[in-house]
Design a binder for this molecule. Structure first.
Ligand SMILES: [Zn+2]
Ligand SMILES: [Zn+2]
Length: 88
């Protein structure tokens, strides 16, 4: 099954745009780095659905955005979040 990235609250699909701003001020596409700021390396375990491109602006766990992620991959991702070293 193909993995899709979709907002678990409103089904908005990220279009590859840079809609996420880190606390350090860097703006980037959080799904390109699995929630990790490329500038300061802060890992965002929760991801907000951006309202500008049509999202619901609600927060969800980053892993919940991935559809069809099997249990093994999900466990890997959650582990990686804890280690703060994930890179896709
Ligand atoms: Zn940052
Ligand atoms: Zn949403």
């Amino acid at each position: 099954m193909k993995i899709e990235i979709i907002c678990p609250k409103c089904n908005w699909k990220p279009d590859g745009g840079a809609y996420w701003e880190c606390s350090c001020g860097h703006v980037w596409n959080t799904f390109a780095t699995a929630g990790r700021c490329p500038k300061c390396s802060k890992t965002w375990e929760d991801t907000r659905c951006p309202s500008i491109p049509g999202g619901c602006s609600k927060w969800s766990k980053h892993v919940d955005w991935y559809r069809n992620l099997d249990d093994v991959m999900k466990a890997e991702m959650e582990k990686a979040f804890k280690e703060k070293s994930i890179k896709i």
